[in-house]
Design a protein around this ligand. Structure first.
Ligand code: FES
Ligand code: FES
Length: 163
């Protein structure tokens, strides 16, 4: 039985016309169909945040999001657009500089969530940062370095007048 349906997804500004089974999650399609393995799978049930991507600028758990529902929306992942994204790149540099990357498994989700946060609040308070990280689990850092990295990224981007 052919249960594939045609789907058109726009990821990091690039359109992909693919055929998928309708129950496949966005996470599965990104990783297994489009080969974008930067987005990680851990719990698979909305608890850990490693699978975070942006849909129309908002952070969502792609393990809980059907790919078909993402049609017509702008999906952004840790890979970023082909032409680059200075804000995303600054956030990654700040994570490295502040020691917020240890095993690194939580990092793509944290970085993508930070991209969303800083596009809404240019210089968030520590409370606002910690609130944005609710639902993002890190087993390594104790979150202190992650908060510092986000503060650093915000400061660097504000200094540059970025995003
Ligand atoms: S893999 Fe999606 S929230 Fe954990
Ligand atoms: S750096 Fe290892 S889980 Fe966060």
């Amino acid at each position: 039985m052919n249960d594939l349906i045609p789907v058109s997804l726009r990821v990091n500004g690039v359109r992909y016309d693919i055929a998928i089974r309708p129950w496949r999650t966005l996470l599965e399609v990104l990783r297994e169909t489009l080969g974008m393995t930067g987005t990680k799978r851990s719990c698979g049930e909305g608890q850990c945040g490693t699978c975070t991507v942006l849909i129309d600028g908002k952070a969502v758990n792609s393990c809980l999001y059907l790919a078909v529902e993402a049609q017509g929306k702008e999906i952004s992942t840790i890979e970023g657009p082909p032409e680059g994204d200075p804000a995303l790149e600054q956030i990654q540099r700040s994570f490295v500089a502040k020691g917020a990357v240890q095993c690194g498994f939580c990092t793509p989700g944290m970085v993508v969530a930070t991209r969303s946060l800083l596009s809404e609040i240019a210089e968030p308070s520590e409370d606002e940062i910690r609130e944005a990280l609710v639902g993002h689990l890190c087993r390594c850092t104790g979150y202190v370095q992650i908060v510092e990295a986000i503060q650093d990224a915000a400061s660097q981007l504000a200094h540059k007048g970025g995003d």
